[in-house]
Write a protein that binds this ligand. Sequence first.
Ligand SMILES: Nc1ncnc2c1ncn2[C@@H]1O[C@H](COP(=O)(O)OP(=O)(O)OP(=O)(O)O)[C@@H](O)[C@H]1O
Ligand SMILES: [Mg+2]
Length: 236
Amino acid sequence: MTAMLECRSLVGGYGKIVGFRELDFALEPKQVLAILGPNGAGKTTLMMTIAGLLPRISGDVLLNGKSIPSGKPSVANLSGVVLVPDNRALFTTLTVRENIEIAGLPGQKSIDDVLDLFPALHSRLTLKAAALSGGEQQMLAMARGLIQRPKVFLIDEMSMGLAPIIVESLLPVVRHIADETGAAVVLVEQHVGLALEVADQAMVLVHGTVSLRGTSADLRRDPAILEAAYLGSNVD
Ligand SMILES: Nc1ncnc2c1ncn2[C@@H]1O[C@H](COP(=O)(O)OP(=O)(O)OP(=O)(O)O)[C@@H](O)[C@H]1O
Ligand SMILES: [Mg+2]
């Protein structure tokens, strides 16, 4: 099967400053890849590079086997690459409904389809986005992404600022999204244990390089190695 998303020898960063180097991975439809790693590891840089918000330094990003142009976010988006950014980037003065509808294109999913995944938003549709709780804002950011029918759904730090109990309820929704929509999902996540429960594969980035990777099942069975790689970089 052709991979839904493939990164080949991908190097990204800011001009000459390398954020991550030589990344290779491929995701089939419905597969979830968790990207783990400490602050400054290059996780957001990777997401922005796949989304076309940053031009690639070298390497390739392929969607369904076809290379997508470097540094062209609108082309990547119209091809099916959708990013939920770490700052959520909501239109805070628009209502919940407007935030979702503004992202939809004619013929794409209806707002009801995406709200089925986030029933808590139903009673909030006429509220301004600014009036939502942090968890509700994250649901809204994901609903706004989903209405674009992503083939590749990139979720950066979904859990940022959220109480652990909210994270525990939201992460399984990510699994559900992959299973139901067939999208390949890349999830940047700080909650290592929870991320490994919903992801198929995981990769630990440290200083822009992969320090550990494998199936979630294998990494779950090997918590000492994961912890060492994950925390080790914080204490150097
Ligand atoms: N606009 C920029 N110009 C130059 N360097 C940048 C820029 N944005 C980020 N960087 C650098 O790129 C490196 C990777 O940053 P990135 O934001 O990808 O890390 P991250 O893994 O997402 O971290 P966090 O967990 O804190 O979100 C860092 O050293 C950072 O300082
Ligand atoms: Mg980041």
